[in-house]
Design a protein around this ligand. Structure first.
Ligand code: LAG
Ligand code: CA
Length: 500
């Protein structure tokens, strides 16, 4: 199902990567609702292995959450009780919760006695996960996977990709009625709590037919949690398809949306100067990407911001803030896909031969390895190791821009033949971007009524005054746009609700 079950005037989700449930509930109430966010993608809620020094020095990596031990809802993010409380509090202020679901596999190999976050035991040698329960029969075995290692060795072979182990993770057989039943039970429990949708992790590694069979048996969203009668869970499937492999994202669009990984890669290339912004005029289907209504789009995600997953060194992240804010602004202004904003924590990189040796580092935590609550500074930004890109003015003000212009198409495209671009959105919003190394000084056609508008990138509209730049639109709809390449931000944006 492709509809995020969002309130109609809220069009963006934020991934609060590794946040605790209580902190997300607070964030819904004090910030996300006020700023018009539609929902939150939360880290996997299912009990996972406690990864304590799988290799020397690696302690509680973020990726332990991608190794489930059971379907108890007990993780470093909190308890089942806290999870339910979060869903209720966020729904109460119109912010949806979307859960990251690890359904392809359970854990990799671990010594017996390795603890899990909910206290469950498990035995990887015999593929026993008694707290579900799953046993060896529930996994794809030698009959299905014929590689010598038992792992995926060749992405050119769709059978291997679906039936062999992904990096040694015990591969569940979603073709079995029993496994399907356990997965459906889990998803329906989450639905009963008021969850509005799911990210299906590692969807490329599961058969679309199996996912369809699972999705079809989900319950409607509960009316007593505020959903309209007959509403179905939103599904977006993580399929990394950059072309060149037999498995494509298009195979999955009958079930729900698909993560469009080309989007962030192409924009990274464009803003890093490997391509020119003028070509973004027909960004979307015209670039060989999925149909807009089938796509879930983002600049970076929790994998490719640290060199995992897809996109390589072209991906833009908070570490290149000026380019990052320009790319996010473009994404939020451009009518394509359902958009997701990344919200990260900081870690110290240690790049050796082009590879970050610290790509495993988990969220900010105390001496007992409990996750720390983000602190909120006077200027709305975060502290205590949390980056909180979603609290950068240039980003949350573009969230509002997208909500305001929703339902309109793009018009009045302008470019200088290189990397200065501008466009309008159906009489409701205008944006200009300068990624050339010289100023943009140009009278441009906007589609807005004449008047004075506040630029929402350099400032805000406060008490009927602009704290940043203001722009005057004349009776002919034209405005003089001045955007130097030397400024902090390479964007000017305004909309009908930023008019004085
Ligand atoms: C995903 N999408 O398909 C997630 O977005 C991605 O973050 C997950 O990988 C992956 N699929 C499996 O759910 C992450 C890390 C891996 C990590 C894995 C399991 O990117 O590096 O593997 O989670 O925790 C780790 C080790 C491996 C090891 C494996 C099994 O890095 O070296 O073989 O665990 O113990
Ligand atoms: Ca599989």
């Amino acid at each position: 199902q492709h509809d995020p079950n969002n309130l109609s005037d809220r069009q963006i989700m934020v991934h609060l990567f590794e946040w605790k449930w209580n902190d997300i509930a607070d964030e819904c109430e004090r910030f996300l609702s006020k700023m018009g966010f539609a929902g939150v993608q939360v880290s996997p809620p299912t009990e996972n292995v406690v990864a304590w020094e799988p290799t020397p020095g690696v302690k509680r990596p973020w990726w332990e959450r991608y190794q489930p031990v059971s379907y108890k809802l007990n993780t470093r993010s909190g308890t089942e009780q806290q999870f339910q409380d979060m869903v209720n509090r966020c729904n109460a202020v119109g912010v949806r919760i979307y859960c990251d679901m690890v359904l392809n596999h359970m854990t990799g190999d671990w010594p017996s006695g390795t603890p899990a976050t909910g206290g469950s035991s498990f035995n990887t040698g015999s593929k026993d996960y008694p707290a579900v329960p799953y046993s060896t029969y529930d996994f794809n075995g030698r009959d299905k996977c014929s590689t010598s290692s038992g792992n995926i060795e060749n992405y050119g072979d769709a059978n291997q990709v679906r039936n062999c182990q992904l990096v040694g993770l015990k591969d569940l057989n979603q073709g079995s009625d029993y496994v399907r039943g356990k997965i459906i039970e889990l998803l329906n429990r989450l639905i009963s709590y008021g969850v509005a949708g799911f990210r299906f992790d590692a969807s490329k590694h599961m058969w679309p037919g199996d996912l369809k069979a699972i999705a079809d048996r989900l319950n409607n969203l509960p009316t007593d949690k505020g959903f309209p009668a007959g509403a179905r869970a939103f599904i977006y499937q993580e399929v990394i398809d950059l072309g060149g492999e037999p498995i494509t994202g298009a195979e999955y669009v009958g079930i729900g949306r698909v993560t469009e990984f080309k989007y962030g890669k192409f924009l990274g290339e464009a803003f890093r100067g490997r391509n020119q912004l003028k070509y973004l005029k027909n960004f979307g289907e015209g670039w060989g990407m999925l149909a807009s209504g089938n796509a879930l789009v983002f600049i970076d995600n929790h994998d490719n911001q640290r060199g995992h997953g897809a996109g390589g060194d072209m991906i833009l992240t908070f570490r290149v803030p000026k380019l990052y804010k320009m790319a996010v602004a473009y994404m939020l202004a451009w009518p394509y896909g359902f958009t997701r904003v990344m919200s990260s924590y900081y870690w110290e990189q240690n790049i050796v031969n082009g590879q970050d040796k610290n790509d495993w580092v988990g969220p900010p935590s105390d001496s007992n390895w409990n996750i720390i609550t983000p602190t909120i500074n006077a200027d709305e930004t975060c502290g205590s190791g949390w980056v909180c890109e979603h609290r950068w003015r240039q980003i949350y003000n573009m969230v509002k821009f997208r909500n305001v212009v929703h339902g309109t198409t793009m018009n009045d495209w302008w470019d200088n033949g290189n990397n200065q671009i501008a466009f309008c959105r159906g009489g409701k919003g205008f944006i200009a971007i300068n990624n050339d190394n010289y100023p943009l000084q140009q009278s441009l056609q906007t589609c807005l009524p004449s008047g004075t508008y506040c630029d929402v990138i350099s400032g805000d509209l406060v008490n009927n005054q602009c704290t940043g730049k203001s722009i005057t639109v004349g009776s002919d709809g034209k405005a003089f746009i001045s955007l130097s390449n030397a400024e902090d931000d390479g964007v000017i944006a305004f909309h009908i609700q930023s008019a004085i």
